[in-house]
Design a protein around this ligand. Structure first.
Ligand SMILES: [Zn+2]
Length: 340
């Protein structure tokens, strides 16, 4: 099965009331971890790379690793998605390099840091939608701005400032009508990176009711939750037990994400949890077996640890068991879909 556009997966997820984890990668072990988790749970997958990942890995390595993933897992529909494109040019270069889905994040200016205005956001998002849909490629856009900085993207807003850039439901409605995008990322108080909340989040800081309101107004929109790692205590503890120094932090509880899925959330971005799992596993080997120097001796446990996180999310979000039920469509077939 070739790489599929995001829209195919999200339409199936909406029809069957589940969500799909979008997992970030920048190397072979991470792609292998995701694919073996998908294989074991029969899950469709969204694998995404940010600008930072593309420059770390190189598009040619990334493309061929992704092609290996689909070749070795012919029953799993796989989307290759660009996370936080900062300009139409970044999105177009991703499409040229085999991505089947792109995010045009026009909620920020081209520097990827400064919150932009609505007119700019519509202009760049619409430009990408028109060009991408002509090739059958899916597009995610964002309205409202998230806190935190990950891989150089994000507005760098503090927990408090992020509360001032939450998605406005009126504007979300207008944005979908003005751009014709496939997936809508919203800001509901989450942020990128490990340090999302300084205590277990309540409805005061994590606005799940905002998702309910957006879903009520836009029942057919596929909503995307960014910054949705759960930052489990046990992953923090493994790192700190083996010489790490992660300050106490709290993420987005899985049950809150499940509540989102009941209200139109179809794509859930998870990166930090996998990073924590890999780092903990590697630290443990370094700490307990200081004589080891073969990278396979610490990259294998790291890969296994990431795979366990991926499996847990695939099951919790409901995507498990759905890979075989999806009728895959190619980008070429989607061209006709968008024309209709
Ligand atoms: Zn994001």
């Amino acid at each position: 099965m070739p790489l599929v556009p995001l829209r195919v997966l999200l339409d199936h997820a909406a029809e069957n009331d589940y969500g799909v984890a979008a997992l970030n990668v920048n190397n072979m072990e991470q792609i292998q971890a995701i694919m073996s988790a998908a294989q074991e749970t029969d899950s469709p997958v969204i694998i995404q790379a940010s600008r930072g990942a593309r420059s770390y890995t190189n598009d040619a390595y990334l493309r061929h690793l992704m092609l290996a993933a689909v070749e070795l897992n012919p029953t799993i529909p796989v989307v290759m998605h660009l996370d936080h494109g900062n300009s139409p040019a970044t999105c177009f270069s991703a499409i040229e390099n085999g991505f089947t889905s792109v995010m045009m994040d026009g909620s920020l200016s081209e520097d990827g840091k400064t919150p932009s205005d609505y007119e700019y956001n519509v202009k760049v998002t619409k430009q990408v939608v028109e060009a991408a849909h002509a090739q059958g490629i899916s597009v995610e856009g964002e309205i409202g701005a998230l806190g935190g900085i990950e891989d150089g993207h994000g507005a760098g807003l503090s927990e408090e400032e992020a509360q001032e850039h939450l998605t406005d439901p009126d504007q979300a409605e207008q944005f979908v009508a003005d751009t014709g995008l496939d997936a809508l990322a919203v800001a509901i108080g989450t942020s990128h990176g490990a340090y999302k909340f300084s205590r277990k989040p309540t409805g005061e800081v994590l606005k799940m009711d905002l998702i309910e309101e957006i879903h009520r107004r836009l029942p057919n929109a596929h909503i995307v939750m960014h910054g949705s790692s759960s930052v489990p205590q046990e992953l923090q503890d493994v790192i700190n037990a083996h010489g790490g120094a992660i300050k106490q932090t709290y993420g987005v509880p899985v049950e809150e994400i499940q509540r989102g899925i009941q209200n139109g959330v179809r794509k859930i971005n998870v990166d930090t949890d996998n990073r924590l799992a890999m780092t903990g596993a590697i630290r443990k080997v370094f700490h307990t077996k200081p004589e080891e120097f073969d990278p396979r001796k610490y990259l294998s446990p790291a890969r296994d640890a990431m795979k366990e996180v991926c499996k847990a999310r695939m099951i919790a979000f409901g995507q498990a068991g759905n890979a075989g039920k999806i009728k895959p469509k190619t980008c070429k077939e989607m061209v006709a879909f968008y024309k209709a």
